[in-house]
Design a protein around this ligand. Sequence first.
Ligand code: S6P
Ligand code: ZN
Length: 196
Amino acid sequence: MEPFASQLDFHSGALQPAGRVLQRRLSETRGIYLDQEAVARILDREGDRLVYEVYPAELPEEEGHVLYGSTIVHPGRVGDQFHMTKGHFHTRRNRGEVYVGLAGHGALLLQTETGDVRMVPMGPGTIAYVPPYWAHRTANTGDDPFIFFAAWPGDAGHDYAAIEQRDFGKILVASGSTALLVDNPKVRDRGSAAAG
Ligand code: S6P
Ligand code: ZN
Protein backbone atom coordinates (compact mmCIF):
# COMPACT_ATOMS: atom_id res chain seq x y z
CA MET A 1 0.00 0.00 0.00
CA GLU A 2 1.16 3.55 -0.74
CA PRO A 3 1.43 6.14 2.05
CA PHE A 4 -1.41 8.63 2.02
CA ALA A 5 -2.94 11.44 4.06
CA SER A 6 -6.50 12.38 4.89
CA GLN A 7 -7.89 15.70 6.00
CA LEU A 8 -9.90 16.10 9.20
CA ASP A 9 -12.04 19.21 9.59
CA PHE A 10 -11.79 19.99 13.33
CA HIS A 11 -14.92 22.13 13.11
CA SER A 12 -17.35 19.65 11.48
CA GLY A 13 -15.48 16.45 12.37
CA ALA A 14 -15.65 15.27 8.74
CA LEU A 15 -12.77 13.13 7.46
CA GLN A 16 -11.88 13.23 3.74
CA PRO A 17 -11.57 10.84 2.07
CA ALA A 18 -13.52 8.40 4.23
CA GLY A 19 -14.99 4.95 3.89
CA ARG A 20 -18.69 4.38 4.52
CA VAL A 21 -19.88 7.14 6.85
CA LEU A 22 -22.04 5.77 9.62
CA GLN A 23 -25.01 7.77 10.89
CA ARG A 24 -26.57 6.51 14.08
CA ARG A 25 -30.07 7.77 14.72
CA LEU A 26 -32.15 7.54 17.86
CA SER A 27 -34.39 4.70 16.62
CA GLU A 28 -31.48 2.30 16.15
CA THR A 29 -29.76 3.21 19.41
CA ARG A 30 -32.91 3.60 21.53
CA GLY A 31 -32.15 0.51 23.61
CA ILE A 32 -29.15 2.16 25.27
CA TYR A 33 -31.31 4.75 27.07
CA LEU A 34 -33.20 4.16 30.30
CA ASP A 35 -36.15 6.46 29.70
CA GLN A 36 -38.10 4.69 26.96
CA GLU A 37 -41.00 7.12 27.33
CA ALA A 38 -38.62 9.96 26.49
CA VAL A 39 -37.41 8.01 23.43
CA ALA A 40 -41.01 7.51 22.23
CA ARG A 41 -41.84 11.16 22.86
CA ILE A 42 -38.85 12.41 20.84
CA LEU A 43 -39.56 10.04 17.95
CA ASP A 44 -43.18 11.12 17.95
CA ARG A 45 -42.62 14.88 18.21
CA GLU A 46 -39.44 15.55 16.27
CA GLY A 47 -38.75 12.39 14.29
CA ASP A 48 -35.67 10.24 14.15
CA ARG A 49 -32.90 12.43 15.52
CA LEU A 50 -29.27 12.05 14.37
CA VAL A 51 -27.29 11.15 17.50
CA TYR A 52 -23.78 10.45 16.21
CA GLU A 53 -21.71 9.99 13.07
CA VAL A 54 -18.53 8.06 12.36
CA TYR A 55 -16.14 8.82 9.48
CA PRO A 56 -13.77 5.85 9.10
CA ALA A 57 -10.61 5.92 7.00
CA GLU A 58 -10.84 3.24 4.32
CA LEU A 59 -8.22 0.72 5.38
CA PRO A 60 -7.86 -3.07 5.49
CA GLU A 61 -9.14 -4.48 8.78
CA GLU A 62 -6.06 -6.62 9.18
CA GLU A 63 -3.28 -7.19 11.67
CA GLY A 64 -0.48 -4.67 11.14
CA HIS A 65 -2.69 -1.83 9.95
CA VAL A 66 -3.80 1.02 12.20
CA LEU A 67 -7.43 1.96 11.63
CA TYR A 68 -8.60 5.46 12.38
CA GLY A 69 -11.63 7.69 12.12
CA SER A 70 -13.52 10.57 13.61
CA THR A 71 -16.72 10.54 15.64
CA ILE A 72 -19.17 13.39 16.07
CA VAL A 73 -21.63 12.99 18.95
CA HIS A 74 -24.29 15.63 18.49
CA PRO A 75 -25.48 17.49 21.58
CA GLY A 76 -28.76 16.43 23.12
CA ARG A 77 -30.43 14.43 25.84
CA VAL A 78 -32.80 11.53 26.05
CA GLY A 79 -34.58 11.96 29.35
CA ASP A 80 -31.75 13.02 31.64
CA GLN A 81 -29.11 11.01 29.78
CA PHE A 82 -26.72 12.60 27.30
CA HIS A 83 -26.47 11.50 23.68
CA MET A 84 -23.99 8.64 23.53
CA THR A 85 -22.46 5.94 21.37
CA LYS A 86 -23.54 2.29 21.56
CA GLY A 87 -20.24 1.24 23.10
CA HIS A 88 -18.27 -1.92 22.45
CA PHE A 89 -15.48 -4.23 23.44
CA HIS A 90 -12.94 -5.05 20.79
CA THR A 91 -13.59 -8.58 19.54
CA ARG A 92 -9.94 -9.27 20.20
CA ARG A 93 -10.09 -8.09 23.77
CA ASN A 94 -6.37 -7.41 24.04
CA ARG A 95 -6.47 -4.57 21.51
CA GLY A 96 -6.29 -1.00 22.86
CA GLU A 97 -7.20 2.33 21.30
CA VAL A 98 -6.32 6.04 21.46
CA TYR A 99 -8.93 8.81 21.52
CA VAL A 100 -8.04 12.46 20.85
CA GLY A 101 -10.58 15.15 21.71
CA LEU A 102 -10.89 17.82 19.00
CA ALA A 103 -13.96 19.93 19.76
CA GLY A 104 -16.76 20.16 22.28
CA HIS A 105 -16.91 18.33 25.59
CA GLY A 106 -17.74 14.79 26.48
CA ALA A 107 -16.88 11.83 28.59
CA LEU A 108 -15.34 8.48 27.83
CA LEU A 109 -16.83 5.63 29.87
CA LEU A 110 -14.76 2.47 30.18
CA GLN A 111 -15.69 -0.88 31.67
CA THR A 112 -13.90 -4.17 32.20
CA GLU A 113 -15.42 -7.58 31.64
CA THR A 114 -15.91 -7.86 35.42
CA GLY A 115 -17.85 -4.58 35.61
CA ASP A 116 -15.24 -2.04 36.82
CA VAL A 117 -16.19 1.36 35.40
CA ARG A 118 -14.05 4.47 34.84
CA MET A 119 -14.89 7.87 33.40
CA VAL A 120 -12.47 10.17 31.59
CA PRO A 121 -13.67 13.74 30.86
CA MET A 122 -12.71 14.81 27.35
CA GLY A 123 -12.29 18.16 25.62
CA PRO A 124 -10.11 19.62 22.88
CA GLY A 125 -6.58 18.25 23.25
CA THR A 126 -7.43 15.40 25.64
CA ILE A 127 -5.69 12.20 24.66
CA ALA A 128 -7.46 9.29 26.31
CA TYR A 129 -5.96 5.83 26.33
CA VAL A 130 -8.32 2.87 26.11
CA PRO A 131 -6.28 -0.04 27.45
CA PRO A 132 -6.78 -3.57 26.15
CA TYR A 133 -9.76 -5.40 27.76
CA TRP A 134 -11.81 -2.23 28.42
CA ALA A 135 -15.16 -1.63 26.68
CA HIS A 136 -15.68 2.00 25.73
CA ARG A 137 -18.53 4.43 25.08
CA THR A 138 -18.59 8.22 24.70
CA ALA A 139 -21.24 10.76 25.65
CA ASN A 140 -21.61 14.42 24.72
CA THR A 141 -21.90 16.32 28.01
CA GLY A 142 -21.88 19.79 26.41
CA ASP A 143 -24.03 21.96 24.18
CA ASP A 144 -21.89 21.73 21.02
CA PRO A 145 -20.94 18.74 18.90
CA PHE A 146 -18.37 16.57 20.70
CA ILE A 147 -15.76 15.56 18.13
CA PHE A 148 -12.90 13.13 18.62
CA PHE A 149 -10.37 11.17 16.59
CA ALA A 150 -9.66 7.50 17.32
CA ALA A 151 -6.97 5.04 16.20
CA TRP A 152 -7.05 1.30 16.86
CA PRO A 153 -5.41 -1.92 15.61
CA GLY A 154 -6.59 -3.28 12.27
CA ASP A 155 -7.53 -6.66 13.67
CA ALA A 156 -9.36 -5.39 16.80
CA GLY A 157 -12.94 -5.98 15.58
CA HIS A 158 -16.06 -4.73 17.36
CA ASP A 159 -18.19 -6.68 19.80
CA TYR A 160 -21.43 -4.79 20.46
CA ALA A 161 -23.44 -7.78 21.71
CA ALA A 162 -21.56 -8.08 25.02
CA ILE A 163 -22.48 -4.49 25.93
CA GLU A 164 -26.07 -4.85 24.65
CA GLN A 165 -26.51 -7.81 26.98
CA ARG A 166 -24.71 -6.48 30.00
CA ASP A 167 -24.79 -2.68 29.61
CA PHE A 168 -22.45 -0.29 31.46
CA GLY A 169 -22.71 -0.43 35.24
CA LYS A 170 -22.77 3.38 35.43
CA ILE A 171 -24.55 6.04 33.43
CA LEU A 172 -23.95 9.74 32.91
CA VAL A 173 -26.91 11.91 33.79
CA ALA A 174 -27.47 15.64 33.52
CA SER A 175 -27.92 17.45 36.79
CA GLY A 176 -28.40 21.13 36.07
CA SER A 177 -25.42 22.06 33.95
CA THR A 178 -23.16 19.26 35.18
CA ALA A 179 -22.78 15.58 34.37
CA LEU A 180 -23.06 13.03 37.15
CA LEU A 181 -21.80 9.47 37.00
CA VAL A 182 -24.34 7.28 38.81
CA ASP A 183 -25.14 3.57 39.11
CA ASN A 184 -27.14 2.20 36.21
CA PRO A 185 -30.39 1.09 37.90
CA LYS A 186 -30.95 -1.55 35.21
CA VAL A 187 -27.66 -3.26 36.03
CA ARG A 188 -28.06 -2.73 39.80
CA ASP A 189 -31.55 -4.29 39.81
CA ARG A 190 -30.29 -7.22 37.78
CA GLY A 191 -27.42 -7.63 40.26
CA SER A 192 -29.67 -7.62 43.31
CA ALA A 193 -32.21 -9.92 41.62
CA ALA A 194 -29.41 -12.38 40.92
CA ALA A 195 -28.13 -12.04 44.49
CA GLY A 196 -31.60 -12.46 45.99
C1 S6P B 1 -13.67 2.17 17.11
C2 S6P B 1 -13.76 3.41 17.95
C3 S6P B 1 -14.76 4.49 17.48
C4 S6P B 1 -16.25 4.07 17.66
C5 S6P B 1 -17.20 5.25 17.42
C6 S6P B 1 -18.67 4.90 17.58
O1 S6P B 1 -12.94 1.17 17.74
O2 S6P B 1 -13.97 3.08 19.32
O3 S6P B 1 -14.52 4.82 16.14
O4 S6P B 1 -16.57 3.02 16.80
O5 S6P B 1 -16.90 6.27 18.32
O6 S6P B 1 -18.93 4.15 18.73
P1 S6P B 1 -19.62 2.71 18.63
O7 S6P B 1 -19.57 2.15 20.01
O8 S6P B 1 -21.00 2.91 18.11
O9 S6P B 1 -18.77 1.93 17.66
ZN1 ZN C 1 -13.11 0.85 19.91
